[in-house]
Design a binder for this molecule. Sequence first.
Ligand SMILES: [Zn+2]
Length: 473
Amino acid sequence: MSACVSSIAGWMACLAFLVAQTAQAAVEAAPATPQVRVEVTRRGDDWRAAFVFDRAFTAWVLPRSAPTAEGGQQWRAASWNIDTRGVRLQRRGSYDVLVADRGALPLRVDVSFTPVPERLQADYSPALTFTDGSVALFVAQFDGFPMDSLAAVGKLPSDLNNQLVPAAEITYVFRDSAGPVLLDGRRAAVAETADSNTYVLFGGTRPIETPDMIGILDPQLPAWIKESLSRAVPALLGRYAQELGRLREFKPALMVSWGGPTPGLVSRAGSVLHGLIAMQYEGSGVLEETAAQRHQGLWFIAHEAAHFWLGQTVAYEYARDAWITEGGADLLAVRAVAEIDPEYDPRGELNRAIEDCIRLTKRHGVASARDRGEQRTYYACGAVFGLVAEAGSGRPFYRFVRQLIDGNRADGIVTRAEWLAALDVATGKPMLRRDIERLLDKGAADPAAHIANLFTLAGITFELDPSGVPRLR
Ligand SMILES: [Zn+2]
C-alpha cells in the first residue's frame, strides 16, 4: 500500500484500488478486510480506549486530527496517554498516528484519555460536556486506518476526513460502569456501532423519550429553553413522523448542552450528524426568553430534523440539486414551527427566501450557484419551488415530500427529473415545471417578474412591493 501513497494523485489511485479490492473481496472471499475493535470504557473519571487489531500494522492513522479552533493545538497529544509499552502517539503531517518504537504495532493498544470538549477547526468537538457530568464522545475521534510506511503518512493530503474509503472494518464498543450509554437513539449497557459519524452519551442526564425521538437537555439550561425544547421537539418530530413516515433505521436524537451564562454573549451553535442534532447554548444573552430566540432555536432544529427524511432517507443525486433537500427542509421547517408555535409568522422567512432567490438568479441558473460560492441560492430558491409545489397541488407540502420519499425509498435518491415529474403529477400544470427548469438552468433577466408569474400560475396569494418583488400575504 505504501507504494501507491507517494502523492495526492497516488493516494486517490490507491483509494480506487481499495474500492476495487473491497468489491472483489465479496466475490472471492479473499483477502479479508482487516477487522478492528475499539472498546471505550468509562469508570468514574477514568476513560480508556482499547484498539484491538486482527493483524499487525506498522502504523494506525487517526484521520480526525484537526487542531483546536482556538490556539490551533493538537488536542490528542495533551489528552491521550498510551498505556501499552513500546507504543507512541506521533504527529505525521496532518495526522496523529499510533506507532511502535520498533517494528509493528502489537495486536492490542491501550489508551487512557481525558475527553476534550473543545471546538476544532472544521471538525466536530471530540466531546460535549453537560453540567451534571454527562459526557458525549464523538465516535469518529477513534476512527483509523492502517498504513505500512510512516513516510507515506506524512504525505497524506490534509482533508481526508470525509473521503476515506474504509480500509478496515471497525466496530466501536462503549460501556459505562455507571449505567447504560446512549447511541443511535437507544440506551444499552454495551452499545456497538460501525458508523462513527455520531456522538455516544455517557451519564445520567435523564432523556425525554417518545416513540419518535430521544432528547438530552442539560439540566442547567435556562428554564425557558428547557421548557420550549421539551415541549416543542417531541411535537415537531411527532409531526414529521406522522406526515413523512416513521424513520426505520434510527430514532432521531437531540443533545443540548449549556456553556454557562458567559457575560455579554448570545450563542447557539449546532451540528448535525447521523441521526443526531447536537446543540450548545451559552451566554447571559440567552437567559431571558424572547420570541425571536425561541423561534430561531426551533427553526434550526426543524430544518435539521427535516433532513432525517429529506437528506438521509432520500438524498439528491448531484450537489447542484441541493435545492431539493435544502429548500425542502426550509419549507418543512417553516410549516412545522408555525403549527407548533402559533406566535411564529412563516411569512418573514418565506419572503426572505423569495427576495434572495430573485437576487441570486438574475441571469444565473440555480444549478451553477455553487460555482459562484452562492450556497444560499439552494435554500432560497428550493423553498420558492416548494411553495409552488404546495400551492400548485392544493395540498400541504408534507404530502408532496411524502410522495418523493415513498417513491424513491428503494434507491434513496431523488433526482431533479424525479422532483419535476412529481411536480407535474401533483399539480397537473406543466407550465410550472417549464418555469422552474428555466430558473434552474439559466435564471431570468427579470427574476422578480418570472417568480411573480410562477406564483400566479401556482395559485399563490401575494402582492408586489414597490420594486416588483412578490410578498406573501
Ligand atoms: Zn440543511
